[in-house]
Each structure stands twice: as structure tokens, then as C-alpha cells.
Design a protein around this ligand. Structure first.
Ligand code: NAP
Length: 276
């Protein structure tokens, strides 16, 4: 299959690209900045992985990347919308550019890239779109509201898209990871500018969220697990819509399903109170 994966500099994207290529697929690995391709290229030696410039918020790059794949391969079978950013901080402590950037990458860029790919998949009458959401796409933690809002938006879009595309033979799935050891917990971890100020009215909440974050990060799982699921789904003829990944995501989503909002809220408040 011809597979386009976004956000392959690190984390899930890099793991998915390598695993898909090892499984015999031809992979176009999108990178926001081609100068960062080194580790991917090194790991992909001998494998059919083609690094490709693809900042998902850049319309010209979206068009050029898909045009190159069609010119070289004549088709595109899978789009794995993995590129994503997060921002931490209580909502009042975030500024407009910070929240807009999260939505530009996680929602608008993803939607627009999907729209460049879809005419080809509809013409082929086959294909799969895999959208990497998060457990935060189903429930929101304090201090991660903007990220959760973007992933909730993605979940809504993806549910609709799945039914819209079914008559064209295009499959659509959502991957919902819990915490995994990737650069989003390190190099790419971002905190709102105002949220970092000691005079913020939310300083205590932020300190507690930080302590919770450290605990969660320490128990984060191996991203290879998510890559394995994404690669298996490429050839699944009738995949389920949602794929929660990792112990913590499965537990939290089960709780979300089984418990009333009031109980979930009380548990969240108690966890924050204990943190620090
Ligand atoms: N790890 C987790 O615990 C976790 C849990 C749930 C969901 N997720 C989701 O998993 C996806 C992948 O994240 P990750 O955990 O693997 O973190 P990561 O290692 O930070 O990877 C994110 C990737 O997205 C790229 N990216 C950022 N902005 C981009 C843009 N405008 N255009 C194209 N690429 C862009 C990054 O490139 P640069 O580094 O060059 O900016 C990086 O390669 C994200 O959608 C994230 O929300 C992660």
C-alpha cells in the first residue's frame, strides 16, 4: 500500500512509518522541517520510506506532497493524520495565538490535508484515513483544556467523515492513545506563556497539574504499541471506529462510559488535591 504519515520526526509518526515500511508498504513520511529527517533516514536505511516536506498548516505543502505521491505512485491508499501539538495551561491563562495554533495543526491542517487526499481515494474506491486523537478527545483534564478541545473537535469530524466516506469504500478510524513516551512529553511539551507566571491566579492549579503530569509521564507506555495497531488497521477490511490505546486510556474511557459526570469530576478534583 502507498501510505502517507504526517509528523514523522519523532514519536508515533516515526514508529508508524518504520513499522509500515517493514510490513512491505511504501511510506511517505511527512516532516514539518526536512532538516530534522536525520534520525528517521538513519533508522529507515534499506526500507521504502520517503521523507517529504509537509507542514500540515501550509496549503502549498499539502498540495505538493499529495501531488508528488500521485505522480510517483499513481495512488494513495492510506493517510495517517498523526502530526499534532499540545499546549498546557488553564484556559484563562492561554492566549489566542496559542489556542489557535493547536487548532490549526490538530484540526484545520488535518482536515485540509484529508481533503487533498480524498478525491484520489474516492476515485480508487478504496483507502483508509487514520486520525490520531487522544483519550483527551473523550474527556478533558484541567490544564489541558485547549488540547482536549482540539481532540474533541477531531473526534466529531471523524465520526461524521466515516459515514460520509463509507459509500466510496474509504474506511475511517480514530486512534485514542493514553500517555506514551514520545517527544510530546519532552522536547515538544509546551506551556502557555501566562501559565508560567508565578502571579497567575491558577499558579496552585498549574503546580498540581504539573505534579500529575510528572506522574502520568513516568508511567507512559512504549509507542511501538500504537504503531503496531495503526499498521494492522491498514489492511483491516472493516475496522471499528475507535481504538483506545494503552492501559490508562482503556481504564479512563471505561470510567467515562460507566460513571456519571459528577463522579468523574469528583475523582479528577481528588487527584488534583492529592497531587504536588
Ligand atoms: N504521546 C502521547 O502520550 C500521546 C497521547 C495521545 C495522543 N497523542 C497524539 O499523537 C500524535 C503524535 O504525537 P507524539 O506523541 O508522537 O509526539 P511528538 O513526538 O511530539 O510528535 C509530534 C509530531 O508532529 C509534528 N508536527 C508538529 N506540528 C506539525 C505541523 N504543523 N506539521 C507537521 N508536523 C507537525 C512534530 O514535528 P516537530 O517535532 O518537527 O515539530 C512531530 O514530528 C499527536 O497528534 C498527539 O496529539 C500523543
Amino acid at each position: 500500500m502507498i501510505v502517507l504519515v504526517t509528523g514523522c520526526r519523532s514519536g508515533f509518526g516515526q514508529n508508524i512509518a518504520l513499522r509500515a515500511a517493514r510490513a512491505g508498504h511504501t511510506v511517505y513520511a511527512g516532516l514539518r522541517d526536512l532538516n530534522t529527517a536525520g534520525p528517521l533516514v538513519e533508522a529507515a536505511k534499506g526500507l521504502p520510506v520517503h521523507p517529504i516536506a509537509l507542514d500540515v498548516v501550509d496549503a502549498a505543502q499539502r498540495e505538493a506532497a499529495v501531488a508528488r505521491i500521485i505522480a510517483e505512485q499513481g495512488r494513495i491508499d492510506a493517510l495517517i493524520n498523526n502530526a499534532g501539538v499540545a499546549i498546557g495551561g488553564p484556559l484563562e491563562d492561554l492566549e489566542e495565538d496559542e489556542v489557535r495554533h493547536v487548532f490549526e495543526v490538530n484540526v484545520f491542517g488535518l482536515w485540509a490535508l484529508t481533503n487533498v487526499v480524498l478525491p484520489h481515494m474516492r476515485a480508487q474506491k478504496s483507502g483508509i484515513i487514520q486520525n490520531i486523537s487522544s483519550v483527551s478527545g473523550r474527556m478533558a483534564l484541567p490544564g489541558l483544556g485547549a488540547y482536549a478541545a482540539s481532540k474533541h473537535a477531531l473526534e466529531g469530524m471523524t465520526e461524521a467523515l466515516r459515514v460520509e466516506l463509507a459509500p466510496f469504500g474509504v474506511r475511517v478510524v480514530i486512534i485514542e492513545p493514553g500517555p506514551y513516551k514520545t517527544d510530546i512529553l519532552g522536547r515538544n511539551r509546551a506551556l502557555g506563556r501566562k501559565a508560567q507566571r508565578p502571579d497567575s491566579p491558577y499558579a496552585d492549579l498549574s503546580a498540581r497539574s504539573d505534579a500529575l503530569f510528572a506522574k502520568v509521564s513516568a508511567s507512559a507506555e512504549d509507542p511501538e504499541d500504537v504503531a503496531e495497531r495503526c499498521v494492522d488497521l491498514l489492511t483491516d477490511p472493516s475496522p471499528a471506529l475507535r481504538h483506545p490505546m494503552g492501559k490508562s486510556a482503556r481504564m479512563r474511557l471505561l470510567a467515562r462510559w460507566a460513571l456519571p459526570d459528577g463522579v468523574i469530576e469528583a475523582v479528577t478534583k481528588a487527584a488534583l488535591k492529592r497531587a504536588k
